[in-house]
Ligand binder design. Sequence first.
Ligand SMILES: Nc1ncnc2c1ncn2[C@@H]1O[C@H](COP(=O)(O)OP(=O)(O)OP(=O)(O)O)[C@@H](O)[C@H]1O
Ligand SMILES: Nc1ncnc2c1ncn2[C@@H]1O[C@H](COP(=O)(O)OP(=O)(O)OP(=O)(O)O)[C@@H](O)[C@H]1O
Ligand SMILES: [Mg+2]
Ligand SMILES: [Mg+2]
Lengths: 158, 158, 165, 165
Amino acid sequence: MQATFKQTFEAIATAFQSTFKILFGGGMARLTLTNADDIDEAGIDIHAQPPGKRPQGLALLSGGERSLTAGALLFAILRVKPTPFCVMDEVDAALDEANVARFRSMLETLSEQTQFIVITHNRRTVEAANTIYGISMGADGASTALSLRLDEVEMKQQ
Amino acid sequence: MQATFKQTFEAIATAFQSTFKILFGGGMARLTLTNADDIDEAGIDIHAQPPGKRPQGLALLSGGERSLTAGALLFAILRVKPTPFCVMDEVDAALDEANVARFRSMLETLSEQTQFIVITHNRRTVEAANTIYGISMGADGASTALSLRLDEVEMKQQ
Amino acid sequence: MHLKHLVLNGYKTFANKTSFAFSEGITAVIGPNGSGKSNIADSIRWALGEQQFSLLRGKKTDDMIFAGSSRRARASMAEVLLTFDNSDGFFPVEFTEIAIGRRAYRDGSNEYLLNGNRVRLRDITDLLGHTGLAERTYTVIGQGLVDAALTQRPEERRALFEEAA
Amino acid sequence: MHLKHLVLNGYKTFANKTSFAFSEGITAVIGPNGSGKSNIADSIRWALGEQQFSLLRGKKTDDMIFAGSSRRARASMAEVLLTFDNSDGFFPVEFTEIAIGRRAYRDGSNEYLLNGNRVRLRDITDLLGHTGLAERTYTVIGQGLVDAALTQRPEERRALFEEAA
Ligand SMILES: Nc1ncnc2c1ncn2[C@@H]1O[C@H](COP(=O)(O)OP(=O)(O)OP(=O)(O)O)[C@@H](O)[C@H]1O
Ligand SMILES: Nc1ncnc2c1ncn2[C@@H]1O[C@H](COP(=O)(O)OP(=O)(O)OP(=O)(O)O)[C@@H](O)[C@H]1O
Ligand SMILES: [Mg+2]
Ligand SMILES: [Mg+2]
């Protein structure tokens, strides 16, 4: 049965408060409607406050903080409305070690209900995978794919 | 003395053919004017062909190929018109190991005429630096900076 | 309900027929710059019915087909096949296995396939319904686009929630 | 002609007066997410006269001043000072050392300084001339913007070359 927009929004907003706190190891965030009286037309505002910082606009967030906030929103949607699979292309690119570890941990939790295909350059993320594909470009301009075990993966650590 | 736009454009275009080849370890690239008859209004087109690939639009390039092509253009401008310093904020973020090595090597060459301030998460790039500053966020929300030696740098390898 | 296989043949750099088997849980895709990783993401988006070329890093149907290289002739067609396990009845159809396919030719034409039968794009979209896969706003996150939701205006961002609803 | 020092005081997260000494050659800046690295790049751009807040990841002058935290009061002003070695006469002025400074206050006002004297923004821009630092199109490359030149339309890209010319 299809939930109304309002029900879905409120469920995702609640989940987002939680996913943000977990990914940032603290801080707080909220989703609000730009116009509570006109639900059919209202836009959605994101308020994000990383741990130890004053509430400020999204514009001032760092590159890594932006990736992590967007990740928290994505994970909140997936918790409320799991989809069969989700493809993520280098979404961890801007994250430092501590944030990658928390990101990966939430990925593992959610992977029980959603299948993830993660393109990454980060070894820590690869370590969470059940299946690893190594892609190479041949001299003839054609891509090839090889299934790899973790011990066959030669990536640098980060 | 101020060179004309046309002279500067042609010098940069020549340098770009060279910087691209060096950064990609092959391939070819060109800069062209959208309208050779109206130099004062013409825009500038970029044609980039990574090694082993057919000439295709910029749109089809990979994330790393885009960063490297943009890097080649930047370095071409700096070779023709060195500026006192250049600040680069995580421009190597999308580059794989092989590309980071070539990027760093060109950075070192150009650093004889231009001072570089490079914000990076990549250890290989840090290894090229004469001075390293480690930035941290204090519990009071204020940033602090510490001058570090390479052996004090705890980054993951990539 | 999960993705079992992906097969690419002639799609962008995948000149050779290439198969991927996905485990439940997490599949990681790694490799050097320009090797073809994001092309795999594009192929999934394309097979699910994407019509907006800007989201496929191309301009027209022709860009989806292997263009050849200095050592290899170009392909005449591109084909992508996505196979799902439907034994839990997640898709409201009879089959325990669902194969969604798409083909494109040099003349610019596209074909859509469902379990081997030619169907309309509309049939694919209807089947995908509100699974998150019909619009793909939060199920295929492109490179460099993770924080797109933060850059958008509040009204644009709504689309994300409307697809989930 | 090179950059010798950078001093930040009250600028964004740099609540404490912080000094950087730059070697000729390459200086690397490292640290965790949100620690303040890009704020350093913003401070240099700001001190060189940037008026476009979208390029400073802010909306108004107030965003440039340390906003305080749960444990520390906000600052009443932001100050950035850039000191150049001009012993080769690169800048066509008498001094062997050139200090370019900028201050901002909570009332939104900005002050521009040249070797300790109040000047107009115009004087700073004239001094920077065609060094690449006046418009900063290719001398301060912001995070996520390395391939901006590729995304631009051909006519927009021209600005890059016009500054170099
Ligand atoms: N139709 C096509 N025919 C041949 N080559 C193509 C076609 N479409 C795209 N390519 C090539 O594919 C390459 C890009 O591949 P892709 O974006 O998948 O790389 P990637 O592995 O994601 O790399 P990165 O790590 O840099 O993001 C480009 O070099 C491009 O020229
Ligand atoms: N005026 C201000 N007062 C207090 N904090 C501020 C101010 N302006 C920005 N910030 C904070 O600075 C932080 C961003 O810092 P910055 O962008 O320099 O991080 P970074 O080190 O580059 O991180 P990343 O590696 O993620 O890019 C944000 O958390 C933001 O809230
Ligand atoms: Mg890619
Ligand atoms: Mg940053």
